[in-house]
Design a protein around this ligand. Structure first.
Ligand code: PLP
Length: 383
């Protein structure tokens, strides 16, 4: 049997939605994006939502809107996708890596507190695998941190967590901004895309500029009123706006995301039950969270992970690694030196983990096969 690592669940109706956009004179950012932004703002009960063409460009635009740059420090977990750290690095700021909790593999207020310095400008909790970090706890800790010289901002990396909650609260409530990804494998996708939500009106106004080169008027607004309107540039920005052509894929997925969550959670629970008695390390399920169950990583022992990937691949099962520790990559090692001793949990997990297929279109016979192969061929390696 062949089991893909991921298959999107877009229907032919999505093709029709794109065709409808093609009937317009301009296919980039316009009315469709504005409607989806209103839909996202309503979903999160956030006053402001902006669509972007990737999490990466959205997070970079957000850091630029916050004024982050040279000399500043941005705190980022070591166990995440490289993009989380890269956007801070691209502003000229220094990345300060923190390790994660060994059970949840998330950053905690305590772990972040130890890394705060007078230069800390932003903390980036990553809601890894779909479970939310304690953002309320982070906010309270930062408000009283003795080393803080200014109000430290929180930017949530919610690429894995659109529909998840913690203590009944969605991303974006206790932070300055939360950034989502609609990349090809994410729970909501338009191929490439993302969104930023914020409760801060000033930040939103600056984001409107940093999302589009720093220009003072949106491309679509330059022709408002049937005539050309001049624009100015007040600050440096990126090109992060999403075209209507891709935004057209989102309304249906956002409208149905909550209804689709139980099947994802049931699938993840099925893996957890099947592996509960075995030698694999599983990510702890936090009782205060309803996880978006974005992906399902398992932990082997260091030294056996690549052999496990090989046996699963040869059984026709697609797997990935989420993630090798970011400070262990060549770029970050050369830039900041060997951080293994300061981020041992992320380092060890990065050498021992692999991710199994999990998506709504995964048939139960396919999941049974994955479970069988893991128990039969991976268990002996993990012992
Ligand atoms: C996918 C991902 C990103 C980057 O998202 P893009 O939309 O591809 O830029 C950032 N952070 C995490 C944790 C991710 O998984």
């Amino acid at each position: 049997m062949k089991v893909d690592f991921y298959r999107h669940a877009l229907t032919p109706a999505a093709g029709q939605a794109m065709a409808d956009v093609l009937a317009n004179a301009i296919i980039t950012t316009g009315g469709v994006c504005r409607a989806v932004e209103a839909q996202i703002a309503a979903y999160f009960t956030a006053p402001h939502a902006l669509l972007v063409n990737s999490w990466t460009n959205g997070a970079l635009a957000t850091l630029l809107a916050m004024g982050v740059g040279r000399g500043d420090e941005v705190i980022v977990p070591a166990n995440t996708f490289v993009a989380s750290a890269n956007v801070a690095e691209m502003t000229g700021a220094n990345v300060v890596f923190v390790d994660v909790d060994p059970n949840s593999l998330l950053v905690t207020p305590e772990l972040v507190a130890a890394a705060v310095t007078p230069r800390t400008r932003v903390v980036m909790p990553v809601h890894l695998y779909g479970q939310m970090c304690d953002v309320a706890g982070l906010r309270a800790m930062l408000d009283h941190h003795p080393a803080a010289t200014q109000r430290i901002r929180i930017l949530e990396d919610a690429a894995h967590c659109f529909e998840g909650t913690r203590d009944g609260v969605r991303p974006g409530r206790h932070s300055d901004a939360a950034v989502f990804s609609f990349y090809a494998t994410k729970n909501i996708t338009c191929g490439e895309g993302g969104a930023v939500i914020t409760r801060d009106g000033e930040l939103h106004a600056r984001l409107l500029e940093t999302r589009l080169h720093g220009m003072s008027a949106m491309a679509a607004d330059r022709f408002a009123g049937g005539r050309y309107n001049h624009w100015d540039m007040m600050r440096l920005g990126v090109k992060a706006n999403l075209p209507d052509l891709l935004a057209a894929l989102l309304p249906d997925q956002i409208a149905t995301i909550d209804a689709r969550l139980p099947s994802r959670q049931a699938m993840a629970e099925r893996y957890r039950k099947a592996f509960a008695d075995g030698p694999l390390r599983l990510v702890a399920k936090l009782s205060e969270c309803s996880s978006a169950e974005h992906i399902f990583p398992i932990g082997l022992s260091v030294g056996n992970r690549d052999a496990a990937i090989a046996v699963l691949n040869s059984a026709g099962i697609g797997v990935t690694v989420n993630y090798r520790s970011v400070p262990g990559t060549t770029y970050y090692r050369e830039r900041y030196g060997d951080m293994t001793g300061r981020t041992p949990i992320s380092h060890a997990w990065g050498l021992a983990t692999l991710t199994l297929p999990l998506y709504p279109g995964l048939a139960s016979a396919e999941q049974d096969y994955v479970i069988e192969m893991v128990r039969e061929r991976v268990y002996p390696l993990a012992r």
